[in-house]
Design a protein around this ligand. Structure first.
Ligand code: GAL
Length: 721
């Protein structure tokens, strides 16, 4: 006993010295070691471009007050390198400023460089121009891809070093991540995938960041990289080597919303239970994904069909307000865990059975501290258990934390934090003017090709929109001209939505879904004798963010495009001459911008017209409550304020799914904890305060379907006191 105590002391001394001498963050089997100290670290994801720099200090402070030690963020390549070699680190992409603010607050940073990030972010964070690098194949053993990935990763690392942001430099970054959830792909991808994963690991380690590298969901992560867990629960997880600590990089606090999907949530009791369960098994790093989800401003949402809100049911809501009781209950959990830290970092737990479904995990340090976690895994009924001669009542599916092995200071199912409702209240309407968009390819910018083109090849994702226009000659003798049994037009598209116009008149629209982005339009078209113009506006709704072979993904009308019901029977239009134009005329004129707004004549409003631009001026509502625009009366489109894109809106896409009863007791089922079924997936769209002037703000809406702008209003988000 005496000897064990002495050797532990020596070990601690050695750790202290090595931490000090090397000046680096290290790890052992128990935890991350910072300056010689093993640490139980609680972290939370806040993605800097999903809020504004003006919001960052408050979000970070709220994270700190919530008991977090660290902030985790991905690095968003396509935001930082919009075209090859042209870097951008300003505004919401000011990564250095964000990290420095975290440091100022006294928190650490877990920097997930990726640079593939998934994250429901457009194209998984890859710049779309990467798709057009000759010979590229994504996320596999491919030289052009590896060269670009290495260049960007090295660029970020050297930037962090130059700013002194790694821990050994006195900065806050204690952990870094390369790739993201590559394990499942490696399993499918065979030898090239394996050698890519090995290369990525070596490349990362070669950058000498001086802090441990992580690879999440990558069982094969080569030494010294730590493989980590992502999921709703991670208590089953062990790292791939006994000398690596158990780390949970994504503890999902909720889930994302897709247009057309119901709104997910996760009860805090279950989240707290999952975290306590991980820690009692020896887990030493937990990161909430997301702690603040925020907003997919502009065209940053991935998917396709990811909503503009990335609220995620996170402890801090999309608008930066505390979500209670979630935030408070987790704060209480963190406090209880922190009280146990000396015992937790000193030992592996010993396990005591307290009943069929009940267990105690006990941690003891040589200095005499003792902490216990008492768990009840049964999903119904309280359990009465005896531990160390004392009686405890454990609610179903819960864990009590005893930082002194006696007093239960916290139970995951007993929520003491207050329940606080957020509400949206009317804060102003708008006086609209309108401008009609073209209903076919814009002649001034048009180009023609024989056959159908892939959309991304044309747009490089500079816009959601691509026009496909063609002519169809109809002979005087066509029988349908008399019978009014109009021919049927069938248009097949690889994604994601489309509007069809015939001779300038709307003929209908079609759209896919998150589960099946492909779509087919099929409907009667009123053709007349002579020449007819068929125009299809193909609309992308965010590029896929998950998977491999990004080089093969397609968007747009790839065909066939067929007319049925003519005298000749069927006429295939796919291989005739098509006229294209990239983007909308209004986009080209910059109608959404402060400088472009007056390039056209605006008229009075004729509601329910498809393809219409609206503009209005307004004053900022007084005070500093967060704001949103209520787009409930609209169909689908985009909205800008003072030239800043609030994002895509699509309240007309109603949430499908079954909104079940969401119980916390028992394994979490994300298909049950859903709300908004039959309603808009997203009705309110965050307007950051800092984008507004006191008076004379410009709001511009581009409506595709034909909503009623009279129903749009500004709303305040407040918390019930
Ligand atoms: C994970 C991924 C994250 C995010 C999450 C779902 O698998 O690593 O980037 O996409 O799923 O929100």
């Amino acid at each position: 006993m005496q000897l064990a105590g002495v050797s532990l002391l020596l070990l601690q001394l050695w750790l202290l010295l090595s931490g000090f001498v090397a000046g680096r963050v290290t790890y052992d089997q128990r935890s991350i070691v910072i300056n010689g100290q093993r640490r139980i670290l609680i972290s939370g994801s806040i993605h800097y471009p999903r809020s504004t720099p003006e919001m960052w200090p408050d979000l970070i402070q709220k994270a700190k007050d919530g008991g977090l030690d660290a902030i985790q963020t991905y690095v968003f390549w396509n935001g930082h390198e919009p075209s090859p070699g042209q870097y951008y680190f300003g505004g919401r992409y000011d990564l250095v400023r964000f990290i420095k603010l975290v440091k100022q607050a006294g928190l650490y940073v877990n920097l997930r460089i990726g640079p593939y990030v998934c994250a429901e972010w457009n194209f998984g964070g890859f710049p779309v121009w990467l798709k057009y690098v000759p010979g590229i194949r994504f996320r596999t053993d491919n030289e052009p891809f590896k060269a670009e990935m290495q260049r960007f990763t090295a660029k970020i690392v050297s930037m962090m070093k130059a700013e002194g942001l790694f821990e050994w430099q006195g900065g806050p970054i204690i952990l870094s991540q390369i790739e993201n959830e590559f394990g499942p792909l490696e399993y499918d991808g065979g030898a090239p995938a394996r050698s890519y994963a090995e290369w990525a690991a070596k490349m990362a380690v070669g950058l000498n960041v001086g802090v441990p590298w992580l690879m999440c969901k990558e069982d094969d992560a080569p030494d010294p990289i730590i493989n980590t867990c992502n999921g709703f629960y991670c208590d089953y997880f062990s790292p791939n080597k006994p000398y690596k600590p158990a780390m949970w990089t994504e503890a999902w606090s909720g889930w994302f919303t897709a247009f057309g999907g119901a709104v997910p949530s996760r009860p805090v009791e279950d989240l707290a239970f999952a975290v306590a369960r991980f820690v009692q098994k020896g887990g030493s790093f937990v990161n909430y994904y997301m702690y603040h989800g925020g907003t997919n401003f502009g065209r940053t949402a991935g998917g396709p069909f990811i909503a503009t809100s990335y609220d995620y049911d996170a402890p801090i809501d999309e608008y930066g307000l505390l979500r209670q009781p979630k935030w408070g209950h987790l704060r209480d959990l963190h406090k209880a865990i922190k009280q146990c830290e000396p015992a937790l970092v000193s030992s592996t737990p010993s396990l005591i059975s307290l009943g069929n479904y009940q267990q105690a995990h006990v941690f003891k340090s040589s200095a005499g501290s003792c902490a216990a976690f008492l768990a009840n895994y049964h999903s119904t009924g309280d359990a009465k258990v005896t531990f160390n001669g004392l009686q405890y009542v454990l609610p179903p599916w819960s864990i009590s934390i005893l930082p002194d092995c006696k007093n239960a200071v916290f139970n995951t199912a007993k929520v003491n934090a207050p329940v606080v409702q957020a509400k949206m209240t009317w804060a102003g309407g708008f006086d609209w003017m309108s401008y009609n968009e073209e209903t076919s390819a814009d002649q001034d910018r048009a180009f023609t090709k024989v056959g159908l083109v892939e959309q991304l090849n044309m747009t490089w994702d500079s816009t959601d929109y691509l026009w496909y226009t063609t002519e169809v000659d109809v002979g005087e003798g066509e029988p349908f001209l008399k019978s009014n049994q109009y021919p049927t037009l069938t248009v097949m598209s690889a994604g994601h939505s489309m509007h069809v116009f015939v001779n300038g008149q709307p003929a209908g629209n079609a759209y896919g879904s998150i589960d099946s982005p492909k779509l087919t339009f099929s409907g009667p078209v009123k053709l007349w004798a002579g020449s007819n113009k068929i125009s299809i506006l193909s609309v992308a709704v965010g590029l896929p963010n998950g998977g491999e072979h990004f080089e093969t993904w397609n968007v747009g009308v790839l065909g066939p495009v067929v007319l049925n019901g003519l005298a000749q029977g069927k006429r295939d239009l796919s291989w005739q001459k098509w006229t294209y134009s990239i983007g909308l005329k209004g986009e080209h004129l910059g109608l959404h911008s402060l400088s472009g707004i007056s390039t056209v004549e605006w008229a009075g409003v004729n509601p329910r017209q498809p393809l219409t631009w609206y503009k209005a001026y307004f004053n900022a509502p007084a005070g500093d409550d967060p704001l949103a625009v209520d787009m409930g009366s609209m169909g689908k489109g985009q909205v800008w304020i003072n030239g800043q894109s609030i994002g895509r809106y699509w309240p007309a896409y109603k949430a499908s799914g079954s909104c079940g009863s969401c119980s916390y007791a028992g394994t979490f089922n994300e298909n049950k904890c859903l709300s908004n079924c039959g309603e808009a997936s997203q009705r309110w769209y965050h307007v950051p305060r800092s984008w507004l002037n006191p008076t004379g703000n410009l709001i511009v809406v581009f409506e595709e379907w034909g909503g009623n702008p009279a129903g749009i209003s500004l709303v305040r988000r407040t918390l019930d006191s």
